[in-house]
Design a protein around this ligand. Structure first.
Ligand SMILES: *[C@@H]1O[C@H](CO)[C@@H](O)[C@H](O)[C@H]1NC(C)=O
Length: 146
């Protein structure tokens, strides 16, 4: 089963949204509860996560993550770990380049699609943002029941 999950579960697309799109996301999207899985000293903090649709199997969804930087640094990639009932089922790295100064907001958008054959259960998706030294700048995780 796990093999199939690995192949099919997250067909993903990511891109960096323009700042001007932020308003649109906030007005139309569903605010989603998340946990900050970073440390208190992380140089960047995730401030909001929204979904474009209520998560459902066989329905494409966009997860939008808004973060704010407390330092000058550059995000180089996002690592996405997916857990089903707390067991890691897949992990992938997405290039995501975003330079930020203190106070700057950034947006990361993740397109997800969970096929109908995926097992039912509680999914946790963890997003870790890394700089060029592969060090964590921010981390946030969210849960969804599918
Ligand atoms: C990467 O981030 C760490 C802290 O998370 C910081 O100490 C380090 O200077 C950063 N490296 C670069 C190249 O920005």
């Amino acid at each position: 089963m796990k093999k199939y999950l690995f192949l099919f579960i997250f067909i993903s697309l990511t891109f960096c949204a323009q700042n001007s799109n932020l308003r649109k996301f906030i007005l139309t999207a569903i605010p989603w509860e998340f946990k900050n899985c970073g440390s208190e000293n992380d140089p960047m903090v995730v401030t909001a996560i929204t979904l474009d649709a209520v998560p459902e199997k066989s329905v494409s969804d966009d997860i939008t993550i808004v973060g704010v930087s407390n330092v000058h640094d550059k995000i180089i990639q996002a690592r996405i770990d997916v857990f089903l009932q707390n067991v890691k089922i897949t992990s992938l790295n997405q290039p995501f380049v975003q330079e930020a100064d203190p106070g700057d907001q950034w947006i990361f958008k993740y397109g997800s699609f969970i096929p109908n054959i995926a097992p039912t259960g509680r999914y946790t998706i963890k997003f870790t943002f890394l700089n060029s030294s592969q060090l964590q700048l921010a981390c946030a995780s969210l849960e969804m029941d599918l």
